[in-house]
Design a protein around this ligand. Structure first.
Ligand code: FAD
Length: 486
């Protein structure tokens, strides 16, 4: 276990970044360490938070910390935007948290086809800058989250039907390896690392920037529709039917939607978030949802806006500092299965609704065949879902609550709920191996879900670029390669 009082580690950090080492007890430390999305990450107490301001300093930090990591005296966490819901992904008890948020920069190539993005940016800052040039990229649907964790986990965008996972749009990563060397990984240079990083999270190095394809951005049409839901009005079932039809049959590559039922403030609400990225108002592809009955018209936000505008809208639907539980698995679409999930949801919500400050969302995110085709046309990623496996739905289960005394109740009820749903899907042979890393539960193993062949390649990449296993043993947070000694 690392020794928090080890002054050699302080000296190692101070030899690289003089003014930017924060220690417990200082105001700056408390502010930095309290700025994660989830209360669980805020509760972790690293011995030092260090804030490099450029790639050279990141190299220096890795070189200075290497001996301490190899001797087992020190472990590190890499922090991006800090949106992981569980403790210890981007923060580390008694270790060194490297906060990457000062590595800014959004630079367009001369021909404006590619943008280089510093890992300290959020998607909102990226979209705001690109909007000045009439451009955008296939980043997150929520503006507030960090670019690095999102892209290294794969990433789902409103443009995904056309471009695949967001990581499929990355043409180059800039990474500090375990040796301290700064390398570029692209289609021709370190191409195995390039492919592995697309879904491989923090297993191979510290990302300092990446280059992504940019494209012209028109206005987008879309927003959120809310539907009434009660014992008498079963709108979610109708939405499930229409979502099933959408994921199986829709060919409009500019239409994207996600479907959920939620609980908060004593009420249930059914929502559909939908976009038409070519700005067709109420296009036939989305009329399945816009024409669904029982809408709460006053709450509907369908309109034309920019990419930034829509992603800022979703940012407002979440807030920092709550206790969070995110879990995910993937199914082959099936109306009877999804209806059975809905019945389980209704039973579960009666058990859990008294939890203080509970907000709970349960939803389906489509991976259409077209989206998987688009992903397969890109030059490879670690996720490796063959288009023939599609269409699929990523299922997201996501309660948030206020008080630690409710933790065990939430964990038990939600854990049982997810296990029940998985069993229902398994029994019908409708559970797919994929677990979307960006929504995954801490005890799950999304990397195993990439399949044997991909896992083998990831391990080979790790052995080649990090032969001593620094990013396996020294960086325990997030999701690690199976069987590599983390
Ligand atoms: C409100 C909300 C909305 C979301 N919407 C979407 C969405 O639309 N689509 C989607 O795909 N996901 C979405 N997510 C999930 C999100 O993509 C993940 O939580 C992602 O991990 C966040 O990245 P981050 O950098 O903010 O997080 P962090 O917690 O800082 O990092 C996540 C992981 O990445 C690693 N990491 C971070 N930076 C680096 C780096 N520079 N080098 C190496 N490793 C690094 C960390 O060590 C950590 O393990 C959403 C999450 C939230 C909370």
């Amino acid at each position: 276990m690392p020794d928090p009082s080890n002054l050699q580690i302080y000296d190692a950090l101070a030899s690289v970044v003089k003014g930017s080492i924060l220690q417990p007890g200082s105001k700056e430390y408390e502010a930095d360490n309290g700025s994660y999305f989830s209360a669980f990450e805020n509760g972790v107490q690293p011995s030092y938070i260090v804030k490099p301001s450029n790639a050279n300093e990141v190299q220096g930090l890795i070189r200075a910390l290497r001996p301490h990591i190899l001797s087992g005296d020190c472990q590190i966490a890499i922090r991006g935007g800090g949106h992981t819901p569980f403790a210890g992904s981007a923060n580390i008890q008694d270790g060194v948290t490297i906060d990457m948020r000062a590595l800014k920069g959004i630079n367009l190539s001369e021909d404006k086809s590619v943008v280089e993005i510093g890992v300290g940016e959020t998607w909102a800052t990226v979209y705001a800058e690109l909007e000045k040039h009439g451009l955008t990229v296939a980043g997150a649907r929520t503006g507030r989250i960090g670019v690095a964790g999102f892209i290294l986990g794969g990433g789902l965008s409103m443009f995904s039907p056309r471009v695949g996972f967001s990581c499929d749009s990355v043409v180059e990563f800039e990474v500090v390896l375990a040796s301290g060397e700064l390398v570029h990984a692209n289609a021709t240079e370190n191409s195995d690392l390039w492919v592995s990083l697309k879904g491989g999270l923090n297993n191979f190095g510290i990302l300092t920037s990446f280059k992504m394809r940019a494209f012209k951005s028109t206005d987008i049409w879309g927003g959120i529709t809310f539907y009434m839901s009660s014992d008498m009005i079963d709108t979610f079932s109708k939405l499930i039917h229409n979502a099933y039809d959408f994921v199986n049959n829709e060919e409009d590559l500019d239409a994207h939607a996600m479907f959920s039922i939620g609980y908060g403030f004593g009420h249930q609400a059914v929502t559909c978030v939908m976009y038409h990225t070519q700005s067709k108002e109420n296009p036939p592809s989305l009329q399945r949802f816009t024409s669904l009955e029982n809408q709460v018209k006053e709450m509907c936000t369908l309109r034309k806006s920019t990419h930034l505008g829509f992603t800022e809208e979703l940012s407002k639907h979440s807030s920092d500092g709550k206790r969070q539980y995110w879990a995910s698995f993937t199914i082959k679409p099936d109306i009877f299965l999804m209806e059975a999930f809905h019945r389980k949801w209704q039973d579960m919500i009666t058990e859990i609704k008294d939890v203080n400050g509970l907000t709970f969302s349960f939803g389906f995110h489509p991976l259409t065949k077209a989206m998987l085709d688009s992903s397969a046309r890109a030059e490879g990623n670690a996720i490796a879902i063959p288009p023939s496996d599609g269409p699929l739905f990523i299922v997201l289960v996501n309660p948030g609550w206020d008080l630690p005394e409710d933790d065990s109740k939430v964990y038990t009820i939600v854990g049982n709920f997810v296990a029940d749903l998985r069993k229902l899907a398994t029994d019908k042979e409708l559970l797919h191996r994929y677990i979307f890393m960006n929504y995954a539960y801490q005890m799950d193993d999304p990397i195993m879900g990439y399949g044997e062949e991909s896992v083998h390649k990831l391990k080979e990449t790790s052995k080649k670029y990090d032969p001593e296993g620094i990013f396996q043993k020294g960086v325990p947070g997030g999701f690690k390669l199976p069987g590599m000694g983390a």
